[in-house]
Ligand binder design. Structure first.
Ligand SMILES: [Zn+2]
Length: 278
């Protein structure tokens, strides 16, 4: 499943090929995504020019401007869901199965959306994208200055919720999915079952630093796959990082050798080391 680092890598991978380009044609082969493709999206997009791409949590934002006046004509809000990917194809390159949407560009490039499970979507935001309820209620970005141990400490007081689901709450901080929450808690030496309200400020400082570390490492590693966004097989692989705990239950801890344990927290599988994480 694409997590924050994959979405960020997608943004970096496609941006140089689409920014400033005019959309000449929009092809929707399958409109039934998690949110149906807006019926009027096609006519709005044709002729518009693509502005600077940005990312918020796991959303990719594609701003569009009128080619002549330069005025904003809205923003595409793109979510890759469970299995979605965006890549650049060239004119004449035939679509494969599950290639649902093409934005054909004026230089012969095609921004092509592929999504076998169709849990992703693209929606059209008319004016102020920050007012959209899907974006307005989000907590800070984990790699921004607004996210730190102090925030985790303040928001967790009196809360009995386990620290792992607390860390995965988008109102606390965005984009910390199951993999990165598990890995960050391991690096910080914190038991994922511990009540968030019982964790000290000092330990939350370590946890915030660990969250940044695991996400930044994944994004850096993703940089090596940027060429996959143009041509190639069209399946930019989700990152295969060296993970310490995620998916390794029953295997030995890399730090102490103890057998890693599996618990379920907030309906999510959580692997941890009972020796290193307290
Ligand atoms: Zn251990």
């Amino acid at each position: 499943m694409p997590e924050l680092p994959e979405v960020e890598t997608t943004r970096r991978g496609i941006a140089p090929h689409v920014e400033g380009r005019q959309i000449t044609e929009v092809i929707v082969r399958q409109a039934r995504l998690r949110v149906p493709v807006p019926v009027d999206m096609v006519e709005r997009l044709v002729g518009a020019r693509i502005g600077a791409l940005s990312r918020r949590a796991k959303y990719l934002l594609v701003p569009l401007v009128d080619s002549e006046s330069g005025d904003s004509v809205g923003t595409l809000l793109w979510h890759l869901g469970m299995s979605g990917s965006l890549r650049l194809a060239r004119l004449g390159e035939l679509p494969k199965k599950h290639d649902h949407i093409d934005l054909v560009l004026d230089d012969g490039g095609i921004l092509r959306y592929h999504d076998p499970r169709r849990f992703g979507f693209v929606d059209w935001l008319a004016e102020d994208s920050t007012a959209d309820p899907r974006l307005a209620r989000l907590g800070p970005e984990p790699l921004s200055d607004a996210f730190d141990g102090g925030r985790l400490f303040d928001l967790s007081r009196r809360r009995r919720l386990a620290v792992k689901p607390f860390l995965m709450d988008n109102a606390v901080v965005v984009g910390v999915g199951n993999i990165y929450a598990a890995e960050a808690l391991f690096l910080a030496g914190i038991d994922p079952r511990r009540a968030a309200g019982r964790i000290s400020r000092k330990r939350f400082d370590r946890l915030a630093a660990a969250v940044r570390e695991v996400l930044a490492a994944a994004i850096t590693q993703g940089g090596t796959t940027l060429r996959d966004f143009v041509g190639g097989t069209g399946e930019p692989g989700y990152f295969k990082q060296r993970l310490n705990v995620y998916g390794r239950d029953g295997e030995p801890c890399r730090r102490c050798g103890a057998e890693l344990r599996l618990v379920t927290l907030g309906q999510r599988a959580s692997v941890f080391c009972g020796q290193c994480q307290t």
